[in-house]
Design a protein around this ligand. Structure first.
Ligand code: ADP
Ligand code: MG
Length: 857
């Protein structure tokens, strides 16, 4: 049997289920039988792949080849040490990448979608992967269809099936059986398919297929899950390639010069290759991924769930945060404060309802709130507030819902700003519309003046106002046109509710201003309501801060809007579609925009924004799919926490790059300049590899643990167009690199002049220790280490101490002396090495001191 050919009753029978859904026990059994409702896609990188990756670097391969050659010509110990170092390097790389991979996987599973099912007669949210054939699923606008469904109830249901059929126009769904045996997917209007998007309306359906059995599974086309590289990674990859080329050229030159000076060709080859391995920052992109992934993991703890890794990096560049009011800036905990009706209300004929009862009846019937098993309400907080209020009133009657069953409806949408339900009313029909008061103005036949005045008054106090109107019809309207249902209505009354601002929001908004970020409020609410709340939380601060309505916005040309956009702080009564215009205009002004959203129509704006932020609690699947980041607690303050973390990570990546590239530059200068100045090459290949391993390894990674700097949220966002390699960074790498070369060669020259046979060990020590001093000094761009203290990044302190211990071991442990061709230094010699290497530390501290004193002036 084809499900689309069958009637709903036949499908219920076939799958042994009913409108009340499966029993919990039965659902559990079926889950075992049918398996999880998920598409089997590409999983993350396998462990084997990760390990192999560590060795697949061209330079590493060449190095290994060279090591083999040196074994063949009899230098076995050197070759073994090289091998050990390469393996250690690979282990560090693997562990890091594995952790990053795990972190990304965890993030992915956290953003898995849920579905609303009915089981044992009650509605319940379950994870979409737990759905089984026979489950009854409820759909509403904004849902991602969680499995293949045969629909048996559909109210203005529109589904966009582009993911499946390529057709971007939403399809209107119905419930009748289809006669055609095998219509194309796009014409199966009584089915809803996994992975498609509910654009509009409401529906119920029976799950007929899950997981790989669904149409989506059949064509095995994964939802767009391209794991894109971050802009920073791309830039670093390009940069890395250019740098590698430079390094290879230098090493080739070095090789030539060495040969001319009569060095041993094989050793010279190993030296050149080791230098290339050490100086090519092949790990940079990987380190960036690791820093971003681990950063994302930390952000989850603060309720910011990253869906796309680049977001971690771009968060630091945000200049505008455009936030919804309801639920993000406010608590979304609404309570009814006012129940207002005009003197005269036209009552329906032949009923005993009083005017108060009529309004209560409207409130009791016109909503989609449901109660779950524990008795908590599920649904829109606005409607929950209304329902809670009604049920506390004395004249409310429990049996209203059964006495006046719902016959039809026009669901709420935030462009119309109202919703309508139609109920059986004796042998006639009662049409109830609720929504924004001005929206009622178009439809109400009564004199609107006093009503609007009252609505305005309430809105000025920061309240959300909902108006109710009704009419009686003899028959159900045939067309599903909202205009027919929502015209010629009689006004019944209005209800106003407060939704207090969230606690931490005021501070978060103050933090925005400190950090050079402009907060903007966007809402569907009345401008007076919006203005009252925006003033209370500090978004509106100056005379010149503008409040604009959706209507006014629609009347502006794109050019005019662009001119004004930076002075507008509050948008009221906007439709979600206009959010896209706001993002576009701000981006034209070169702003870097974070935009929040929850409804299905917010998705395009979220995609377009530099950071699209979906609400975790109230957000729809569609918005979450389109977002870069999800706010698990829907809280505005969380955005700021994420920005702070983003800035920290960006800074730390920058510190890591600063550190590694400076170290590499120092090594290159030392090795390359020696023969040019007529000195023998001071370091053996294993020394070079060792320095690269121990200094870049632990201390480099520990820099990523650097806590957020005190002034991080007191300075403007970094310009995303400037890139990470700004002039300051290049200059720093330049001069410190040269200085490292100078002190190493100076040590070599003096030691050789004094005929000290340990000159090689001394240069080795100076190079290694000076890099550690550098790591400590660049923890902050401006603050002195003496202020920061060694405890504030104990990981780095530990890494430095450990690395020093390793270095001492290599110099003083006899066995290692043999391997590394080192000699024990006397304490005076060690003292000199320490003093000389600390030059780098002091020099960078002086650089920071100069920066500080300049900043004061
Ligand atoms: P916000 O951006 O604050 O979330 P919405 O788009 O949800 O605004 O709502 C805009 C207006 O629509 C509200 O001010 C209210 O008048 C009306 N409204 C909101 N929710 C409903 C609802 N469930 N039914 C009818 N009208 C509603
Ligand atoms: Mg809303």
């Amino acid at each position: 049997m084809n499900y689309h050919n069958a009637t709903p009753d036949e499908v219920f029978k076939k799958l042994t289920t009913q409108k009340n859904g499966l029993a919990h026990e039965e659902a559990r059994k079926r889950l075992e039988e049918y398996g999880a409702n998920e598409l089997e896609g590409k999983s993350g990188k396998s462990i084997g792949r990760l390990i192999l990756n560590q060795f697949l670097d061209v330079m590493i391969l060449i190095l290994l080849a060279a090591a083999v050659v040196s074994v063949l010509v009899g230098e076995a110990t050197d070759a073994i040490v090289i091998l050990v170092i390469v393996v250690l390097n690979a282990i560090i790389g693997f562990v890091q990448e594995y952790r990053a991979e795990k972190a990304i996987e965890a993030l992915r599973s956290m953003s898995a979608p849920e579905a609303l099912v009915r089981r044992d007669g009650t509605e319940k949210k379950v994870e979409a992967i737990d759905l089984v054939p026979g489950d009854v699923v409820l759909l509403e606008a904004g849902n991602l269809v969680p499995a293949d469904l045969r629909l048996y109830e559909a109210a203005s249901l529109k589904i966009e099936e582009a993911a499946l059929t390529g057709e971007s126009e939403a399809v209107t769904k119905k419930t009748e059986a289809i006669a055609d045996e095998d219509p194309p997917l796009g014409d199966r209007f009584n089915m809803a398919y996994k992975g498609t998007l509910v654009k509009d309306g409401r529906a119920e359906g029976i799950v007929v297929a899950t997981g790989m059995k669904t149409e989506m599974g059949r064509i095995a086309q994964m939802l767009d899950e391209s794991d894109s590289e971050t802009p920073l990674q791309k830039r670093l990859a390009t940069f890395g390639k250019q740098l590698s080329l430079g390094v290879v050229v230098i090493c080739a030159l070095l090789y030539g010069v060495g040969l001319l000076r009569g060095e041993d060709p094989l050793r010279m080859l190993l030296t050149a290759i080791s230098l290339a391995v050490a100086a090519i920052p092949e790990a940079l992109p990987a380190v960036v991924t690791i820093a971003l992934a681990l950063g994302a993991k930390r952000m989850v703890k603060q309720n910011a769930l990253i869906r796309q890794l680049p977001a971690v990096e771009t968060l630091g560049s945000v200049t505008y945060v455009c936030s919804d009011k309801t639920g993000t800036i406010t608590q979304n905990q609404m309570t009814v404060q006012e129940f207002w009706q005009p003197e005269e209300v036209a009552l329906p004929e032949a009923t005993e309802l009083t005017k108060e009862q009529l309004l209560l009846l409207c409130m009791a019937l016109n909503h989609d709130v449901k109660k779950d098993e524990e008795g908590t309400y599920l649904g829109d907080p606005t409607e929950i507030a209304l329902v809670e209020y009604v049920r506390q009133q004395e004249s409310y009657q429990e049996d209203w819902a059964t006495q006046y069953p719902r016959a039809d409806e026009v669901p709420f949408d935030s462009t119309r700003k109202r919703m309508t339900t139609i109920h059986e009313f004796g042998d006639r029909y009662l049409v109830i519309t609720k929504g924004a008061s001005e929206a009622m103005d178009d439809v109400s036949v009564q004199e609107a003046g006093p009503i609007l005045n009252r609505a305005e008054q309430l809105a000025h106090q920061g309240m959300r106002v909902i108006s109710y109107s009704y009419k009686i019809l003899d028959s159900l309207p045939k067309d599903h046109n909202p205009d027919t249902a929502e015209s010629d209505l009689d006004f019944v009354g209005m209800v106003a509710m407060i939704d207090p601002p969230r606690e931490a929001v005021q501070d978060a908004i103050a933090e925005c201003f400190d950090a050079g970020i402009t907060p903007v409020m966007i809402t569907g609410d009345h401008p007076a309501t919006a203005k009252a709340i925006a003033t209370r939380v500090g978004i509106l601060r100056k005379e010149s801060d503008k409040v604009i309505t959706g209507k006014e916005l629609a009347n502006l040309s794109p050019e005019q809007f662009e001119q004004e956009v930076e002075s507008i702080k509050v948008y009221a009564r906007v439709s979600p579609e206009q959010k896209l215009n706001i993002v576009t205009a701000l981006q034209k002004r070169h702003q870097f925009v974070a935009m929040t959203g929850d409804g299905v129509n917010d998705a395009p704006a979220l995609k377009k924004a530099n950071i699209g932020i979906a609400m975790g609690i109230t957000g729809t699947d569609v918005t979450k799919e389109a977002s870069h980041m999800i706010l698990l607690d829907d809280n505005f303050a969380t955005i700021l926490k994420a920005v702070r973390e983003g800035r920290r990570i960006y800074d730390n990546i920058r510190k890591f790059i600063k550190y590694t590239l400076t170290s590499n530059a120092g090594e290159i200068w030392t090795i390359f300049l020696a023969p040019v100045l007529g000195l023998p090459i001071p370091l053996l290949p294993i020394h070079i590899l060792w320095v690269n391993l121990v200094t870049d390894g632990l201390p480099g990674l520990a820099l990523a643990a650097e806590p957020v700097e005190k002034n991080t949220m007191k300075r403007p966002p970094h310009n995303p167009r400037a890139g990470i390699f700004d002039r300051a960074l290049t200059v720093h790498i330049g001069w410190v690199g040269v200085l490292i070369g100078v002190i190493c060669l100076g040590t070599q020259y003096l030691a050789m002049e004094l005929d000290n046979p340990k000159w090689r060990t001394m240069v080795f020590t100076v190079l290694s220790l000076s890099q550690l001093g550098h790591a400590l000094a660049i923890r902050s761009g401006t603050v002195s280490l003496f202020r920061q203290g060694l405890g504030s990044n104990w990981q780095l302190t530990l890494a430095v101490a450990f690395t020093i211990a390793l270095q001492l071991a290599v110099i003083y442990v006899p066995f290692l002396q043999d391997l590394f061709h080192t000699k024990a230094l006397a304490w005076q010699e060690m003292g000199i090495c320490l003093a000389v290497s600390s030059i780098i530390f002091w020099a960078v501290e002086i650089e920071k001191w100069i920066k500080r004193s300049r900043a004061v002036i």
